[in-house]
Design a protein around this ligand. Structure first.
Ligand code: FES
Length: 125
């Protein structure tokens, strides 16, 4: 006997984002308890962090010399690379704090938590 499928939050999410490239990044419980997690978006490793300013997802690779940001200091909306202490805005990905900051920019992602899963998609704004 087949039970009737009842649409839930996941179905609504898929319907609303049918044209997006949303990727299931894994369970949300680790992110919510530990405050950070690593995920994959295709061949890009993504650092997902929870701060008092919200949830943010950026490429886990410093644009300066490519050091991973997984051990970086994170506060508010900023991440500080442990390599040479360059700072980036977690929301825009732009480097901050240097007058002559160049085009260095982290790739950023939108995050949704649907049920107990973290979903990522390329930032649209
Ligand atoms: S590698 Fe990140 S600041 Fe140099």
């Amino acid at each position: 006997m087949r039970t009737k499928h009842r649409p839930g939050p996941y179905d609504e999410y898929l319907q609303a984002n049918a044209d997006d490239e949303a990727v299931d990044a894994g369970p949300a419980d680790g992110l919510l308890s530990a405050g950070r997690m690593l995920a994959r978006f295709g061949d890009v490793e993504v650092l997902v962090v929870r701060t008092r300013r919200g949830l943010f997802a950026v490429e886990n690779c410093c644009p300066h010399l490519g050091r991973p940001l997984s051990d970086a200091f994170v506060s508010g909306r900023r991440v500080v690379c442990q390599g040479h202490h360059r700072r980036y805005d977690l929301s825009s990905g732009k480097e901050v704090g240097r007058p002559a900051a160049g085009p260095a920019r982290l790739r950023t992602f939108d995050i949704d938590i649907i049920g107990d899963r973290v979903w990522l998609r390329p930032k649209t704004r």
